[in-house]
Ligand binder design. Structure first.
Ligand SMILES: [Fe+2]
Length: 290
């Protein structure tokens, strides 16, 4: 196994491993060290079945139940351990342009961190490219440790104690998606997250922000929205961003505690079948309100 750095601190490319087979404890330990350092790891050429992706993912911890993350998908195409990040209907054809499920999925095109709308947010995500468009559909990743390091001391002190309210309702409202049933609203009840996190393995601090963050606790709505919008702009400057141009059978793993990501657009009628396993986090970032 060899890890080649894309940049010295952010994004490593892992070669010499076959993830369709169980990996050794020593390779696992090397991956664990590499993900802590780089935040994003690319494993090219991994022709994985869902079962193989699940087996590899489970080495990192418990897999989140994927069916809680999208209230518009009543009938699921994939099993509960796989998040369906495709644009496909249950029959495998692309969703119509005006389909409600497609509108919901477009929320993934906003900068976010996975599952920050859960009281205990996700640790890692592992996304595998099964079928991709000929053009477009890249995924961008932004290093929130580097973004934090670059803040001036006054800004670091200002954000240190702040807590934000996160919900899928907030990210979808940004795209004008505001019509929900009472049951869906119940599924998307807001949770609280610290705005600054410290990585348990490296000790590095990072900005924990997301399109799901709609409100700074204790601030007015207008101040919150302006502040979060400004902070996202600062945190996602090109200097902190890596763009992944997908090849079929790439598996990309990232640490949601310190990395933001977003999908980029592609032609609506073209198949993009991406499948994600999500590793549950260990702890809440703040005590939750009752
Ligand atoms: Fe995501």
């Amino acid at each position: 196994m060899e890890v080649r750095s894309v940049s010295p601190e952010f994004v490593g490319e892992v070669h010499g491993l076959n993830l369709t087979k169980p990996i050794s404890d020593s390779n696992f330990a090397d991956i664990d060290t590499a993900i802590a350092h780089f935040g994003v790891l690319v494993f090219p050429g991994q022709d994985l079945s869902d079962a193989q992706q699940i087996a590899f993912s489970q080495r990192f911890g418990e897999i989140e139940n994927a069916h809680g993350g999208n209230p518009t998908q009543k009938k699921k195409r994939l099993n509960a351990q796989i998040n369906d990040v495709s644009n496909l209907n249950t029959d495998g054809t692309p969703l119509a342009r005006d389909d409600r499920r497609r509108a919901f999925n477009l929320g993934n095109h906003l900068w976010h961190t996975d599952s920050s709308f859960r009281a205990v947010p996700a640790k890692y995500s592992l996304l595998s490219a099964r079928r991709i468009p000929a053009t477009g559909g890249n995924t961008e990743f932004a290093d929130m440790r580097a973004a934090y390091d670059a803040l001036d001391p006054a800004m670091k002190s200002q954000i240190e104690p702040l807590i934000c309210e996160h919900s899928l309702l907030h990210s979808r409202a940004r795209l004008g998606f505001t019509k929900w049933t009472a049951e869906e609203i119940e599924m998307m009840k807001p949770v609280r997250q610290a705005l600054v996190r410290q990585h348990p393995a490296t000790g590095r601090k990072s900005i924990y922000i997301s399109s799901h963050a709609g409100h700074v606790v204790g601030w007015t709505e207008a101040e919150s929205k302006l502040f979060l919008s400004d902070l996202t702009e600062i945190a996602t400057q090109r200097a902190f961003v890596y763009t992944h141009e997908w090849t079929v059978n790439d598996l990309v793993m990232w640490d949601n505690r310190c990395v933001l990501h977003r999908a980029r657009s592609y032609e609506p009628g073209v198949v993009r079948d991406m499948r994600r396993t999500t590793i549950a986090g260990d702890e809440a970032t703040v005590a939750q309100a009752a």
